[in-house]
Design a protein around this ligand. Structure first.
Ligand SMILES: Nc1ncnc2c1ncn2[C@@H]1O[C@H](COP(=O)(O)OP(=O)(O)OP(=O)(O)O)[C@@H](O)[C@H]1O
Ligand SMILES: [Mg+2]
Length: 1010
């Protein structure tokens, strides 16, 4: 095959088309067997999938497997049902047309399982939205419900579908599953009232009895014991180990709620199931006249809310209309049992149809946009029991029809393909089962016609008269034998009431007994009337009063079935077919057992050999040019790595290089056809060898490409960083230059306007000139202040400075020394210091004449050095008072008029605190040991810097002056402390704060404003 396969995948051949001995049944079987023993249950014949039931769980249906098969070319991976499902889906999407997958095989071969797997695959692989998930869940969950009501344990299969099912899945143009529709075919109703030994009734009965909640059972009048119900015990196997009725019950409950069954629907539905069980338990006894009467009325109570009297009458009498009169004719016991069973079958059958319709309502997509459809046909398989009856006849007829469809479609499509590709068609002999279909369905002569005639004709028609009629009419048909018509040898294998049909799938002997009854499926008229009185909504719906009570008989069962099959054929013919052929490996339902005879038989009747022959008649392998070229182009240097021309030319070139001989292949219009598998194998083997070499080369190239890519990325990154960096540097340079230009311009402007009054244009220039001059002056100070001529000539804007220098007070060396000292104490420490620089210091701020004479007398001997007006703040209450502060050689005096308020000896002066802000406060800290002594002084002085500089010089206490931040603690008197808090604000204020501190607020001075 085309994919890189593991050793296990290579077991046998994955596509029978590639089998060399394709005409040999044994080779076919060998391949199936080999693969089956390796748990490889799927094998292709072209696009047909053969599936062998493994009878065990295989780990091949996981989500991972689904992902693997999603969107992958059909032949690229080992055969799988997912590959087929995916291929159908993708073909549908690309061609926007309808398809169906016909799943066939005998009972127990795995059809239903296959259809579930396909549905699950679509559920996972299709696009999902909340709405689509809803539809998806309903599609998935319709299965358990339909299986519960329509499947049963038979001898062949513990979960045998007793109805045919065709399910359409509708997809929108994006491939979302948006809706669905189910058609059901001929439910085997007879199972409701009768089961062969080893078989069961429909699952739902057992699920209800085993799994139903106590309350529900009580409400339905049921007991949790299947043995109590005569409709459940005839097969003698109510319990089956492979079936868990309880958990299946829960599943059905969940499914019903998802498929929008409301509570009353569910109640009514199970009311019906219970009623059927009760109906089965109704017994009749013969009265004195031999007529049937009911011997116990217990069950009547539970029957669908129908009045007991009405029901009793309905079960024991038949209504006959004679002229204008209605007469009730009593039943014999047998007749009553027959009527009861007929009623049970009718109730169940109609309820089943109601159920399918209800599910369809829930799956219906009301959107009218165009949709494409994939149909899944899971219909009962060909069945052969020891005793085969009417049901098997219908089922096998259905299989005959489908086989015919299969032959038509496969041959047709094959023929069409050759024609389309312009390749000569070589007809293949095959068995056409039309002859058998005709035997069954031909008008007037076919078995169905004869059966209907016999059912409908007046007079005493019986099953045996039917047999005679068949012998008369079709006795000479090669596919029909009866005891009477058979040769001696065959006669031994036939009973008198038997007829045998030679189906395409083998011989089946049918027992004619019951054919007429089952075909008539008569429900006495008053049976319907009785049902109409039911209070159960479903029953009311199933037995509508509008149903014509015509005296004409309704269509027979087989005729209805035949018409439904015609309808089905029409549905299928309008779609593209795909096939899954299921094979049952053994009758014992055991894993690992491959019964050659059984499988050979199925291979034969499923027409697999014929299908293979048809596929191989011309060419074993065909593939579109582009796909073939894409895969094998590495084998030819001209086509590798890229072919420039058309795909067909490329393939021609490739096969020339490979040395294909002319009779080994044909070139069609769009495909190459290869006659022998060995040619393809040789090509494939060459490809496998070449692939590894190529892989190495591709790897090397790829690695080189990656490394080169990385390098280029790094280089690009480096260049980018460089560019960015250069950009940044250039921008900085540009800013610098712009700044320089501005500065130079301003300088020039300043120079030009230097002699004008200070303005914006010249302010910086003048500052520069000033600074320049002062710097120079610092270097060139005259030796003595008396050398007036040796002062550097100041620039015109500093004329006043020049004048100042000539003023002895100002330019005196002493004064400058003091200024220098002030600077060292306060520069950069106190905000308003810069304002003081230009204010020249004077000797004193209060002349001797302004000091009170008495004071003068008291302190004059200490030599008054400096005096200045101050505001003194009371230590208690902080009231401001104007005072004079006088520094003598010995001490500082605080004076009020003629009174000396406080004398502070310089020795007892501990320190002086000022704030770092722009206020003029100073606190003189004194040493006071005596409690009677006054404490520290809190003063405000407009000439703060001058006064403090003087004090520091006079008292020689430079280091005592501290510039502090925030708050200053002071002694009100020894042992009692007070605080002055400093802060900046919008305006200057001095007040006593709530906390008792003196709050001094000063205006914030922004740097550079002075
Ligand atoms: N792919 C599978 N993997 C595992 N078990 C399988 C598989 N297919 C079938 N089986 C087993 O075989 C049993 C019968 O399969 P299924 O019900 O699909 O048969 P069928 O062909 O539908 O028969 P019928 O015609 O009676 O309905 C299943 O219940 C299951 O146990
Ligand atoms: Mg089935």
């Amino acid at each position: 095959m085309e994919a890189s396969l593991t050793a296990r995948d290579r077991v046998g051949i994955q596509d029978f088309v590639l089998l060399d001995a394709y005409t040999s049944e044994s080779a076919f079987l060998d391949n199936l067997r080999k693969r089956f023993h390796e748990n490889l249950i799927y094998t292709y014949i072209g696009t047909l999938l053969v599936s062998v039931n493994p009878y065990k769980e295989l780990d091949i249906y996981s989500k991972k497997q689904m992902d693997t098969y999603m969107g992958v070319n059909f032949f690229e991976l080992p055969p799988h049902i997912y590959a087929l499902a995916d291929n159908v889906f993708r073909t549908m999407q690309s061609e926007f047309n309808n398809h169906f997958i016909l799943i066939s095989g005998e009972s127990g071969a795995g059809k239903t399982e296959a259809s579930k797997k396909i549905l699950q695959f679509y559920a996972v692989s299709c696009p999902s939205t909340k709405l689509l998930n809803n539809v998806r869940d309903r599609l998935l969950l319709s299965n358990p419900v339909l299986e519960a009501f329509g499947n049963a344990k038979t001898l062949k299969n513990d979960n045998s579908s007793r109805f045919g099912k065709y399910m359409d899945i509708q997809f929108d143009h994006q491939g979302g599953a948006v809706g669905g529709h189910i058609l059901s075919y001929l439910l085997e109703k007879s199972r409701v009232v009768h089961q062969n030994h080893g078989e069961r009734n429909f699952h739902i009965f057992y699920q209800l009895v085993e799994g139903g909640e106590e309350d529900l059972l009580r409400w339905l009048g049921l007991e949790r014991n299947c043995q109590h119900y005569s409709y459940l015990v005839q097969g003698g196997c109510a319990k089956v180990s492979s079936i868990n009725d309880k958990s299946d019950w829960r599943m059905v409950q969940k499914a019903l709620s998802v498929i929008e069954f409301n509570e009353s629907d569910i109640e009514h539905l199970f009311g019906i199931i219970a009623s059927v069980l009760h109906l089965g338990n109704i017994k009749f006894v013969a009265d004195v006249r031999g007529y049937a009467s009911l011997n116990n009325n217990q069950e009547m109570h539970w029957l669908l809310g129908i009045p007991a009297q009405v029901l009793q009458q309905g079960l024991t009498h038949r209504k006959i209309e004679a002229k204008a009169e209605e007469v009730f004719s009593p039943f014999s016991v047998d007749h009553a049992v027959y009527a009861r069973d007929a009623l049970a079958k009718a109730i169940y059958g109609r309820t089943f149809n109601w159920l399918v319709n209800k599910i369809n309502e829930s799956l219906a997509n009301k959107d009218s946009s165009r949709k494409t459809v994939i149909g899944l046909l899971d219909i009962y398989g060909f069945e052969v029991f020891n005793v085969n009856s009417f049901e098997q006849f219908c089922i096998n007829y259905c299989n005959e029809k489908l086989q015919q469809l299969f032959i038509q479609l496969t041959l047709k499509s094959e023929q069409e393909e050759y024609e389309m590709e312009g390749i000569e068609w070589e007809p293949v002999p095959y068995f056409n089962n039309k002859i058998i279909c005709d035997l069954v369905e031909e008008k007037h002569r076919g078995i169905i016609s004869l059966l209907d005639e016999e059912c409908l004709r007046p007079g005493e028609a019986t099953d045996l008269t039917l047999l005679e009629k068949m012998e008369e009419t079709i006795g000479g048909h090669p596919h029909f034998v009866t005891h009477k018509l058979a040769d001696q040898k065959t006669r031994k294998t036939l009973e008198r009431g038997d007829f045998r049909l030679l189906h395409y799938a083998g011989e089946v002997t049918y027992c004619v007994v019951g054919f007429l009854d089952k075909n008539n499926d008569l429900l006495y008229r008053n049976g319907k009337e009785v049902m109409r009185q039911s209070k159960n909504a479903i029953i009311k719906h199933c037995f509508p009063s509008t149903e014509p009570d015509s005296k004409r008989r309704p269509e027979t069962v087989v005729t209805q079935f035949k018409s439904s099959l015609v309808g089905l054929t029409e549905i299928l013919m309008s779609k593209e077919p795909w096939y899954v052929r299921c094979i049952k490996p053994n009758e014992a339902k055991q894993p690992g057992r491959f019964d050659d005879v059984l499988v050979r038989h199925q291979v034969k009747y499923l027409g697999l050999m014929e299908h293979l022959r048809v596929r191989r008649a011309g060419f074993a392998y065909r593939r579109k040019y582009d796909i073939f070229l894409q895969r094998y182009k590495p084998l030819c240097p001209d086509t590798w790595p890229n072919w420039k021309g058309t795909a067909a030319e490329g393939v021609r070139c490739l096969i020339k290089h490979l040395g294909y001989k002319p009779d080994e292949y044909k070139m069609g219009r769009s495909k190459i056809f290869i006659r022998h598998p060995r040619t393809l194998f040789a090509t494939e083997d060459a490809f496998q060898v070449c692939k590894h070499k190529l892989a190495t080369r591709i790897q090397a190239k790829y690695k080189g490409y990656r490394v080169k890519g990385d390098y280029q990325k790094q280089r690009d990154a480096a260049t980018k960083i460089e560019n960015c960096w250069r950009g940044i540097m250039a921008r900085k340079e540009r800013e610098k230059r712009a700044w320089a230009v501005k500065v130079i311009k301003k300088f020039i402007k300043g120079f030009i306007t230097r002699n004008q009054p200070a303005c914006n244009d010249n302010s910086e220039y003048l500052a520069y000139v000033r600074q320049n001059y002062l710097t120079r002056l610092r270097e060139n100070l005259p030796k003595t202040v008396l050398e007036k001529d040796s002062w550097l000539t100041p620039p015109p804007i500093m004329k006043e400075v020049g004048d100042m220098f000539l003023t002895p007070a100002v330019y005196s060396r002493k004064s400058l020394v003091l200024k220098a000292q002030t600077s060292s104490m306060f520069k950069g420490k106190k905000e308003n210091y810069p304002f003081s620089v230009c204010r020249p210091f004077v000797d004193t701020r209060i002349g001797a004449e302004d000091i009170n004479i008495k004071v003068l007398q008291m302190i004059q001997h200490e030599h008054i050095k400096y005096s200045v007006p101050v505001v003194k703040y009371d230590r208690n209450g902080f009231r401001p008072r104007l005072r004079q502060l006088i520094f003598t050689q010995e001490a500082a005096y605080l004076v009020e008029e003629a009174k000396i308020k406080q004398r502070i000896d310089y020795i007892s002066l501990k320190g002086v605190s000022v704030s770092n802000l722009s206020d003029n406060f100073l606190i003189l800290h004194v040493t006071c040991d005596d409690i009677k002594q006054k404490g520290d002084l809190v003063l405000q002085c407009d000439y703060l810097f001058e006064a403090l500089t003087k004090l520091s010089v006079i008292a020689n206490k430079q280091n005592y002056i501290k510039v502090v931040q925030g708050s200053v603690r002071f002694d009100i008197q020894p042992g009692r402390e007070g605080f002055v808090d400093f802060k900046s604000g919008q305006e200057s204020m001095v007040y006593r704060a709530k906390n008792g501190h003196l709050m001094v607020v000063s205006v914030k001075i922004i740097k550079g404003s002075c």
